[in-house]
Design a protein around this ligand. Structure first.
Ligand code: FAD
Length: 393
């Protein structure tokens, strides 16, 4: 086991930290960051600053001029960027784009990459990933997928309803997951240029979180005609590709949110060292210092889980079990860190005078998306029980 971070990654992480502190944090109270996320105008301004600092698209694949960094480097750099919720927006390593770029670079055709990959990777185009549906459709159980794609003479016609689709508003391309057969695994991914009249954005939902561009939308897909060239990967392999996308994509969420947890913790530490109560700084009371210590313990455990999973992915492993476990460990640990940080701040923590309140609201959603904790526990438990049955047989 080698936990040493290569010197070039250390140097790049320093650059990212400096950039976030100097160029990004000052935009956190910009009026263009609203309830449905930062506006595209704000994003483009931040992207221009990142480009000037040589940091835009640090995660882009080599084929489109990026650095092609590995998952372990991502772990360090994304955490540094996540110190501000606008950091990943500035560097264009935010969800869902980052996961979509990764998927397209793995399974897109030459033509699809030429059309979408470079603009997506460099922030000229945003994207969305449309899988989830309102009940009784796909949610925790993707097998309940109801959106259908039917073949016709010109390709496929897609119909269905999606919801909670992050970034659909303002996206230049969407990946739609649709059922293409009657078997339980018969699903296919389609690439659709947006906006499209048959991909109707009904409303943007009002949600607890506010860091994702475009917010989360409800989409009615009404007889959307796509051609055979718009199939992403192979017909019938949609669920397999969803797993290819999800293992690294949920890990990068862990990385970015760990950076935000560190921010909340740092704000709490500064307050605990200055604010006096009962004759000494808050941090001098064990009840507070233990909370700060628990924060460090939680962040350390989350970081190690992330790094180990990143290592598995770098060795060519699928990392499905590891990323599932890491998602639970990190999302819950990060939730606790931010909750304690808010508590240490007392009344101040509840106000918008620090970023902790906003991080607290935003990070709550992370225990739901990319698989709720209970679904990961259920699937891990099933593996354990099934494995035990097999051993006995
Ligand atoms: C902020 C946000 C952004 C999102 N962005 C996108 C996006 O861009 N694209 C997209 O396609 N989707 C997106 N989603 C949807 C997300 O992936 C789903 O919310 C998630 O998969 C859960 O599905 P559901 O909401 O339908 O919950 P349900 O399936 O209705 O489940 C509800 C609850 O039931 C429990 N549960 C479910 N199954 C089990 C089980 N087997 N054992 C024990 N308990 C269980 C869990 O506690 C779960 O939270 C987003 C969601 C949020 C909140």
């Amino acid at each position: 086991m080698d936990f040493a971070i290569p010197a070039d990654v250390v140097a790049l992480a320093d650059e990212v930290r400096t950039f976030v502190a100097r160029d990004v944090i000052r935009f956190e109270n910009d009026a263009r960051w609203g309830a449905h996320g930062p506006s595209d105008e704000l994003r483009r301004e931040l992207n221009a600053l990142a480009a000037k600092a040589g940091l835009l698209g640090i995660n882009a694949p080599r084929e489109v001029g990026g650095r092609g960094i590995d998952h372990r480097a991502q772990a360090v750099l994304f955490e540094a960027a996540g110190y501000s919720m606008l950091g990943p927006v500035a560097l264009h390593i935010q969800a869902p784009d980052e996961g979509n770029i990764n998927l397209l670079s793995k399974i897109g055709t030459v033509e699809q990459k030429a059309r979408y990959l470079k603009p997506m990777a460099m922030g000229d185009m945003r994207s969305c990933f449309a899988m989830t549906e309102p009940a009784p459709g796909a949610g925790s159980d993707p097998g309940q997928l109801k959106t259908r794609a039917r073949p016709n003479g010109n390709g496929w016609v897609i119909s269905g309803r999606k919801w909670l689709i992050t970034g659909a508003e303002g996206a230049g391309v969407g990946i739609i997951m649709a059922r293409t057969g009657d078997g339980p695994g018969d699903a296919t991914m389609f690439l659709v240029p947006l906006p499209h009249p048959a991909f109707k954005l009904t409303r943007v939902l009002d949600t607890l979180d506010c860091s994702f561009m475009g917010g989360h939308a409800v989409i009615d897909i009404e007889d959307l005609q796509v051609s055979g060239e718009d199939v992403l990967g192979e017909v019938g392999k949609g669920f397999q590709y969803a797993q290819v996308r999800l293992a690294p994509a949920r890990l990068t969420h862990c990385m970015r949110w760990l950076g935000s947890a560190q921010r909340a913790h740092d704000i709490a530490v500064a307050y605990a060292c200055e604010r006096l109560a009962f004759g000494k700084p808050l941090g001098g009371h064990e009840g507070v210092s233990f909370m700060l210590a628990d924060n460090e313990l939680d962040m350390h455990a989350a970081r190690l889980a992330i790094w180990q999973c990143a290592w598995v992915l770098d060795q060519g492993g699928k990392g499905q079990k590891e990323s599932s476990m890491t998602k639970v460990i990190a999302s819950e640990a990060i939730g606790r860190v931010v909750d304690r940080s808010l508590q240490v701040l007392g009344g101040l923590g509840l106000t918008r005078d620090t970023m902790v309140e906003r991080i607290y609201r935003d990070v709550r959603a992370f225990r739901v998306y990319d698989g709720p904790s209970e679904v990961h526990r259920w699937s891990l438990g099933k593996r354990i029980v099934d494995g035990n049955k097999l051993r006995k047989a």
